[in-house]
Design a protein around this ligand. Structure first.
Ligand code: FES
Length: 95
């Protein structure tokens, strides 16, 4: 599935696998996402904002309402639908 990623003043299209934690997809694409707890869901340093798509979170598919964005731990979240936008805030980027 292809998503749009906005970070550090840049924008990219990124292919993600179904069920793949978003944090791993972002890091795999070279985006320097912070993950201080190593992906256990405890630190929230991997927080991103996502909109325009459904997400898979703790085994449930959740639909983000049109025009809304949610802040989620990207290590605990997968994209469940093509076409969403993920914004990585500066506070979630290392350096
Ligand atoms: S890496 Fe710590 S909550 Fe995601």
């Amino acid at each position: 599935m292809r998503i749009r990623v906005v970070f550090g003043g840049s924008e990219r299209r990124l292919d993600v696998e179904e069920g793949e934690p978003l944090a791993l997809a972002l890091r795999g694409a070279g985006i320097p996402l912070r993950m201080e707890c190593g992906g256990t869901g405890a630190c929230r340093t991997c927080s991103v904002r996502i909109g325009g798509a459904s997400i898979l979170y703790q085994g449930a598919v959740l639909r983000i309402p049109e025009g809304d964005t949610w802040s989620v731990c990207s290590c605990q979240t997968a994209v469940a639908e093509e076409g969403g936008t993920v914004e990585v805030p500066a506070t979630s980027l290392s350096e």
